[in-house]
Design a protein around this ligand. Sequence first.
Ligand SMILES: Nc1nc2c(ncn2[C@@H]2O[C@H](COP(=O)(O)OP(=O)(O)O)[C@@H](O)[C@H]2O)c(=O)[nH]1
Ligand SMILES: [Mg+2]
Length: 249
Amino acid sequence: MSINVNNSQSGLSIVIPIFNEEDNITGLFQKIKKFSEDIHFPYEFILVDGNSSDDSPNRIDKLIQSNHKIKISLIKMNKKVGYGHDIVAGLNAAQFDFMCWTHADLQTDINDLKEAYNLIINVNDEVIVKGNRGNRSLIPTFFTFAMQIFVFFKLKVSLNDINAQPKVFSRNFYEKFLRNEAPDDFSLDLYLLRQGKINNIPILEFPVSFNKRKAGIAKGGGGSWKNRKQLIKRTIKYINKLSADKKNI
Ligand SMILES: Nc1nc2c(ncn2[C@@H]2O[C@H](COP(=O)(O)OP(=O)(O)O)[C@@H](O)[C@H]2O)c(=O)[nH]1
Ligand SMILES: [Mg+2]
């Protein structure tokens, strides 16, 4: 008999952060519904609403109530903290041995999780599985590349397409390397990959496509030059902090 010390189970917990996505909620649910009917492994969706000021939480509540067959729950933040904070809140509520996050804005495809899960359960060692966006236009590709070079010189780790989704990893990785000092903001994706690299956890990539946002406003680095500038400033600040922490060890 095997003893499960963590009370966790084989399967995938899928965390999706949501902030002011009211016009994407119906489309997201259609995708989630189809996904839950297609797959043959245990799963749960944990949506985390970051105190949206629009109708997102109401729409999600209604859809959860009318879709009893889907294993899905909603965590509502009572104040706006940030992307990283809210994803970690979702991961803390996760019950399965493997966990992941992806986005709610339909730029990424939930179906990518089928391949990602298949990859992670078929390797015996600890790994991180992530998407790698192939179909982006020149300017975003250039910025992603420039960020990679900056990260390499400052942090001495080589990370590819940091903000591609999904990100899939084991509960063990989460508890050992991610949970404790995870940043509250959009730097969470960078932090996860850096934790993988410095702890010698291989990062397996698989190709994903990345769509244009059709509804709602981008809050990270997408959408406009203003967003991109803010993301770059925030990321540089965070990289400088990580780099300073490293020197102080
Ligand atoms: N819970 C929560 N979700 C957020 C927050 N900020 C953004 N999101 C969600 O995180 C995902 C990525 O954000 P998005 O604005 O698309 O980032 P971008 O495409 O990189 O500009 C989307 O599903 C957003 O709704 C936040 O503060 N809290
Ligand atoms: Mg987006």
